[in-house]
Design a binder for this molecule. Structure first.
Ligand SMILES: [Zn+2]
Length: 82
């Protein structure tokens, strides 16, 4: 499986293709076409031990460097590592 990011304004696109056995995709495609940013982290502070604090990415933003259009992914239905 792969993720295809397409800017509908200017037509730039990038394919995010897994490069590891665990099907992980590196989000370091900060090249001339797109910038990918984690824009909000949510911490769970309602725990007794610091080891139990969990951080969760709430939003990921994709910016087209060519024309400035962007899209934000949010409201992920669940945390995959729970
Ligand atoms: Zn664009």
């Amino acid at each position: 499986m792969k993720i295809l990011i397409i800017c509908e304004k200017c037509g730039h696109f990038v394919e995010l293709v897994p490069v590891t056995k665990g099907q992980h995709v590196h989000l370091n495609v900060n090249d001339e076409r797109f910038r990918i940013s984690e824009i909000e982290l949510d911490y769970d502070y309602s725990v007794d031990e610091i080891e139990e604090v969990t951080a969760e990415v709430k939003e990921i933003r994709f910016d087209c460097k060519s024309c400035g259009d962007y899209i934000v992914l949010n409201e992920f239905p669940r945390h995959v590592y729970r």
